[in-house]
Design a protein around this ligand. Structure first.
Ligand SMILES: NC(=O)c1ccc[n+]([C@@H]2O[C@H](COP(=O)([O-])OP(=O)(O)OC[C@H]3O[C@@H](n4cnc5c(N)ncnc54)[C@H](O)[C@@H]3O)[C@@H](O)[C@H]2O)c1
Length: 402
């Protein structure tokens, strides 16, 4: 007898909601996307064409929940409305998978935790990096004691695609909580997860815009011929090396959809009204003495996360892009390398792993190991890093968690 399909609604029918989660769920035999919920009906209609069957489209969660019998929702709306959307869904008895970050503030995370407790429904946070084969192998080695007691970790993230954060909602602190939360929450969670969730003590950071500003435009701007406002409309799009053309052919991001909410994905990276950073460094100190640093840079031609982890028995270096781990045991000249095989799917195979894990949680086949509490912890570190950079001071986590 065939299993009953899990009925899922996608809240936020944008790139991640449709092209990642929508498509992954669409390929499964145990689940079905039955509904989209997005304030932009034009975008929803256009996006629904990417799925094998058209889901019902709603502009409010209230209406969607009243008309559909949903088992779960995937929340892929902009970060600032994760908390309100999750609370609405949980209050209606729906399990939720929230793409990272859980919320843009610790306060928002607390609201989700309270609603989850009241409803008894599952909240899973979409920390897909935990499903990356290289990081899974690294955790296995750490848990086996290969590096001994760890006291230092460094992560450097170079992200070519990150320059597009300057072009859309991610560029605004109010909408994403700043990039230490929007982006760094992934990386702070990796620190927490690798070391079995030690308590973070304090955070300091420095970050800013060095490159994506008007005086750094990489071509000569002529008088009476302004740049932008979007790549699509820019007179210099043929010569600009940062012209972002990926989305302009898609109806969901075209003129008709833009008329509804004025949301362009391709604002000029140099002239947009942004208040996030294009590079920065954050330092986290844990109560158990572990020190961690996270560098993120969105001005580069490649994407990789490069980790160095030091323990009292050895050092590991990891390249996520190369899927390679190099271990150097202490008191030895040995060099041990692990080449972790290629996996299919977004983020090096991490996205399908995340969906598989959510399905198992819904079915009751496995415990939720990516919890709202974990989401709150990484948001707390990210929020502390944002306060640190804005107020130029070290921020103690207890200021946020009290
Ligand atoms: N885990 C990852 O690797 C990863 C990668 C990219 C994005 N994300 C996260 O995914 C989420 C979506 O990002 P994206 O790049 O797909 O954004 P997007 O701009 O492509 O899509 C966002 C969608 O949300 C809709 N929306 C706006 N306000 C809404 C509301 N109040 N309720 C419901 N929908 C609303 C928009 O109309 C749009 O369709 C974000 O939370 C982002 O942080 C995660």
């Amino acid at each position: 007898m065939s299993e009953k399909k899990i009925k899922i609604g996608i809240i936020g029918a944008g790139s991640r909601g449709v092209m990642c989660f929508g498509k992954l769920i669409d390929e499964r035999i145990d689940a079905k996307i039955v509904a989209f919920c997005d304030p932009n009906p034009v975008r929803m209609e256009a996006a629904s064409k990417h799925l094998s069957e058209k889901p019902n489209c709603y502009t409010t969660i209230k209406e969607m929940a009243a008309k559909e019998k949903l088992d779960a929702c995937v929340i892929t709306s902009p970060d600032h409305c994760h908390a309100s959307n999750a609370v609405e869904a949980l209050n209606r008895g729906i399990n939720v998978l929230i793409d990272k970050p859980l919320a843009t503030t610790v306060k928002g995370c607390r609201e989700i935790l309270a609603a989850a407790k009241k409803s008894g429904k599952a909240v899973m946070i979409g920390f897909n990096l935990r499903h990356s084969p290289a990081l899974k192998k690294l955790k296995e080695l750490i848990d086996a004691g290969t590096l001994g007691k760890i006291f230092l970790i460094e992560n450097r993230e170079f992200y070519d695609g990150g320059r597009t954060y300057m072009s859309r909602w991610n560029r605004k602190y109010d909408l994403c909580g700043g990039l230490w939360i929007h982006k760094g929450s992934h990386d702070f969670d990796v620190f927490n997860w690798l070391f079995d969730f030690p308590k973070p003590l304090k955070v300091s950071s420095t970050a800013g815009i060095n490159v994506f500003k008007p005086d750094q435009i990489p071509f000569k701007v002529q008088k009476n011929k302004p740049v932008g406002p979007t790549c699509t409309k820019c007179s210099y799009r043929e010569i600009c090396p940062d012209c972002y053309s990926e989305v302009k052919e898609m109806d969901e991001w075209g003129e008709k959809a833009m008329k509804v909410d004025n949301y362009a994905k391709d604002l000029c990276m140099y002239t947009s009204d942004k208040d996030v950073h294009d590079n920065g460094i954050a330092i986290v100190e844990y109560e158990n003495g572990v020190r961690a640093s996270h560098l993120e840079c969105f001005v580069c031609s490649f994407s990789d996360r490069l980790y160095t982890i030091v323990g009292d028995r050895g050092t590991a270096e990891v390249s996520l892009d190369q899927r390679k781990i190099t271990i150097r045991p202490r008191w030895s000249k040995d060099v041990i390398t692990y080449d972790v095989g290629e996996t299919i799917g977004g983020h090096g195979g991490a996205d399908p792993g995340l969906i598989e894990s959510f399905m198992n949680v819904i079915k009751g086949n496995s415990a939720n190991t990516s919890t709202a509490e974990h989401g709150m912890l990484s948001t707390a570190i990210g929020q502390a890093a944002e306060i640190s950079r804005r107020e130029d001071r070290t921020v103690f986590i207890k200021e946020l968690m009290k």
